[in-house]
Design a protein around this ligand. Structure first.
Ligand SMILES: [Zn+2]
Length: 306
């Protein structure tokens, strides 16, 4: 019984119109698990045969557009970082949020329950060089919860052995940077994630080209990103073991509305797949906020509703 959490940065539930690449692009796999629907607002709040799509509020009760540091803190710790600061913080967590993540980060909380977590993303050599010179703290939330949880970081050597994934799924970005790593198809990447997940209670993978594509307002790139995500989801979910659970989540909207450059106020999708999903779905739907994700996962993994 393991859990895979796919964190996609900057993906909200948008309208059924020409500005939403999740509506305009063919997403055969997503449509197949949503009874022929595209992943839009209209499809959310429903249980389908193989999946449930729950809309989660990313606004955190604080005025302004939701941002990454506060949104991801909420996702990966359950603590409303935006309320704590009084504003939405973009980029990397500040000292206050880092404190929250060190105490309540998902991996720290898993360890307290003697559960094994892992972050499947591979890091480039410069990250390890930097870390050797001392921990400076200017990292994304996922890196911080991995560090504070005392977990090892995966490297490009791990990636070469098929024991890690790069954030862009296929390694295109790494190869463009000159790293001699194999090109993965979304299908191969999906198999690698499933294999890693089999050895842990919870495996997190982060994909953030979605947010970059949204900021770029590049329709072709947006369509390609959505297509790749659909193929990756198919690869992961067609091999998902019967008793395993899959959750795709996001920190705020962006890519689903290409009529504007920044983040959106749209709810974000919690896409849950797996036979055993009822408790997780119930907890997420009851709260309706991204702050529910970490506590709901912990309750699910503890196997009870306490
Ligand atoms: Zn962004």
């Amino acid at each position: 019984m393991s859990v895979i959490v796919l964190f996609v940065d900057g993906v909200g539930l948008g309208e059924r119109n020409e500005n939403n690449p999740f509506f305009t692009s063919a997403t055969p796999f997503i449509s197949s698990i949503l009874d022929g629907r595209k992943m839009t607002k209209e499809a959310a709040g429903k249980d389908y045969k193989y999946a449930s799509l729950i809309p989660l509020d990313a606004g955190l009760g604080v005025p302004g557009l939701p941002q990454s540091a506060t949104g991801q803190t909420a996702l990966f710790s359950g603590v409303n970082g935006a309320k704590l600061l009084g504003y939405h913080l973009n980029g990397f967590p500040n000292k206050i949020l880092r404190q929250v993540l060190s105490e309540y980060g998902l991996f720290t909380q898993l360890q307290k329950k003697l559960l094994k977590g892992t972050f499947a993303n591979a890091y480039r050599p410069d990250f390890f060089d930097e870390l050797k010179q001392g921990f400076k703290g200017y990292y994304s939330c996922s890196t911080l919860i991995t560090y504070f949880g005392g977990l090892p970081f995966r490297s490009l050597d791990d990636l070469g052995r098929g024991e890690a994934l790069y954030m862009d799924i296929t390694n295109t970005v790494l190869r463009r940077l000159g790293f001699a790593v194999p090109l993965f198809t979304p299908q191969e990447a999906g198999k690698i994630l499933i294999e890693i997940a089999g050895r842990f209670d919870l495996t997190l993978f982060e994909h953030f080209l979605t947010d970059i594509a949204g900021h770029n307002l590049d329709k072709a790139l947006a369509l390609e990103t959505v297509k790749k995500l659909d193929a990756f989801l198919e690869a992961v979910l067609q091999d998902l073991p019967q008793d395993d659970l899959f959750l795709m989540i996001s920190d705020h909207g962006n890519l689903e509305d290409l009529s504007q450059k920044g983040h959106t106020q749209n709810p974000v999708p919690a896409l849950v797949v797996g036979k055993q999903r009822a408790l997780l779905v119930e907890l997420l739907a009851k709260s309706g906020s991204i702050t529910a994700v970490t506590p709901a996962l912990l309750k699910y993994l503890a196997g009870n509703g306490d």
